[in-house]
Design a protein around this ligand. Structure first.
Ligand SMILES: N[C@@H](CCC(=O)N[C@@H](CS)C(=O)NCC(=O)O)C(=O)O
Length: 220
């Protein structure tokens, strides 16, 4: 498998975690979003949407959209499961995941930021306020669900990581990078810390990738 990824990409981070949890090796192809490599013909042929991640199987089957890729990995490599066995549980886990992937993440992606910058002429402070606003909204929505529901365990749904934890970890990492303290959302904070203590999550962290710029790597 070839996995097209960028260190800072939250959606790539999700697939990295799923690949690690399922112990699936993949050859990583680094696509530098900062250098606009996702707009080059070479990558456009892989994903005409020009967004990361993408996964290409050895037979050439090409997958795009992180949640679709993870669901494909779940169906082709069911162990360990990233979705619960019961329909209600699956719907809850997908619902939590979609709070992040469909609501929280889209306002933060580079093409939206580029539009705010170039078309709407928003200054840096306004753009930071935008990013913080949507990040906090999503943290609050997750917390309200997780703190209320009896299904919440060590992880978002019971005591094993699921697709919901993969998405929560990505979003909480973005919050961390925006220097948002997670204290007001204690359930999110606890689950984030539990997840990141697992090597499968920690190794997938944006600051621990081969293409992470040296200056961004944690010191010491
Ligand atoms: N919903 C998509 C998001 C894809 C996406 O927007 N990826 C970002 C990186 S996290 C990207 O490649 N953006 C390029 C751009 O916005 O120009 C998924 O989950 O895969």
């Amino acid at each position: 498998m070839k996995f097209f990824s960028f260190w800072r990409s939250q959606a790539s981070f999700r697939v990295r975690i799923a690949l690690n949890l399922k112990k699936l090796p993949a050859e990583v192809v680094f696509v530098d979003l900062d250098a606009d490599a996702h707009h080059a013909d070479e990558f456009r042929r892989v994903n005409p949407q020009m967004a990361l991640p993408a996964l290409v199987e050895d037979d050439g089957t090409t997958l795009f959209q992180s949640l679709a890729i993870i669901e494909y990995l779940e169906e082709t490599h069911p162990t360990p499961p990233l979705l619960p066995a019961d329909p209600h549980g699956r719907a809850r886990v997908r619902g939590l995941a979609l709070i992040v992937a469909c609501e929280g993440h889209p306002p933060l992606v580079p093409r939206i930021r580029r539009y705010l910058d170039r078309e709407l002429n928003l200054r840096d402070t306004q753009q930071t306020a935008w990013r913080r606003h949507w990040t906090v909204e999503t943290l609050a929505a997750l917390e309200r669900h997780l703190a209320r529901d009896k299904e919440t365990g060590r992880f978002c749904h019971g005591d094993q990581p699921t697709l919901a934890d993969i998405c929560l970890a990505g979003h909480a990492t973005v919050a961390d990078m925006l220097q948002i303290d997670l204290k007001p959302w204690p359930t999110v904070k606890r689950i984030f810390e539990t997840a990141m203590a697992m090597p499968e999550f920690a190794k997938a962290h944006p600051l621990a990738q081969p293409d992470t710029p040296e200056a961004m790597r944690p010191k010491g």
